[in-house]
Design a protein around this ligand. Sequence first.
Ligand SMILES: [Zn+2]
Length: 450
Amino acid sequence: MTRGHDVVLTGRFEETDVKRYFHLPFAVPAGVRQLHVRYSYNDQIDSDPLIGGGNTLDIGIFDERGIAPSSPGYRGWSGSEKLEFTIDAEWATPPYRAGPIGAGTWHVMLGPYKVGPRGCDYRVEIRFDAGRPREDRIVLRHGPPRRPRLPAAEPGWIRGDLHCHTLYSDGDSWPSEMLVAAADAGLAFLGATDHNSVAHHPEYGGGGGALPIVVPGVEITTYHGHWNAWGTQRWYDFREPTAAGVSTSMRQALADGAFVSVCHPKPFGPPWEYAETRGFPAIEVWNGPWERLNSASLAFWEEHLRRGDRVVALGGSDTHLLRSPHHAKLGQPTTWVRIEGDWTSHEPRLAREAVLAALRRGDAFLSASPAGPQLYLTPDPRGALLRVRSAVGTTLALVSDAGSIHAEAIDSDEYERRFELSRGIRYVRAQILDGTGSILALTNPLWLSG
Ligand SMILES: [Zn+2]
């Protein structure tokens, strides 16, 4: 065995290289069972988009099967979260995938997310069979979940959260802990959307029983915006941060049968900068607490609705941390979906499909928490029927393509009312607001014509 580092890759990025990916080849000899990668660079700063003046360098790795789009050789990407990691035939540092270390040309992928005025000099050291022991894991949350008492939902409706992160990207907990926490929050399903990772899927499994149903997903995290794909076990290319590159990846996901949404199109979301991209069936209109600029996402969604694009609104808490206080909490917001058939008898795979089918139909509303408010908007022969629960003391508003068409205070927990709608209205949707104008719940639109 060679002493020191078996491979050292060095180089420099300039400010003109920013937000692009570079693939550095290196040879892996036959018979290797473990690979350890460590990298360093000067003037390192946090990935927070508000911080500048230095360098943030993202890293990922591809094995001998190659770097083509959707290549099975993709072993993972850890952004700038980890300065070293191990990939072993039997185990790997999350978010990397364990498995055979094939002989041939591998590639370290580097992405200079930020390059400061002094440039970014990097050094990547790779060791073969350094004998790193399997990393310990600490699991704090286990045992049977304690589901809270919540106001009952109408028959067929279940609540869930579509967006969260674990140690398989930049979260602080394991998938099993996220599932227990989601059950403790009262959720029936959980979308598992680590950044550019598929290695979390086997660990999550299908869920069910006392735990939420798992809707497997991935947050495709690019340098100019993020999008989620659910109902897929594949990764989708994130390396071409242009409208054309994103459109190609999205089309691939949709062709695979995945359901797709643009994530958090609002300032500091980070925002969605692919104005030319079309064809996504959903928008994450509500990400984390409403006050965190979600009105910008709502405006983005309404632009689409007024154009006649029947894009579905959904929500996600974007929970990253279970071990320390954070503004993002599971179920805040909650996405409610209407399931066809008997949910309780569904096995996990069918239950997952039922959740995805409801999202595709737009049979969904959003609320600030699993406790509500609940907002059921259904078609009626002459307009719409609306039922509201858990919203006493709030304000109800009806919004159409022509603007606000009705507002009233809610003073009963049994609110039910029929609305006749004038001709020419293309859609109507409902929302609940608190005294400060923050949204507490919102429905998808009821499309009335065409
Ligand atoms: Zn995101």
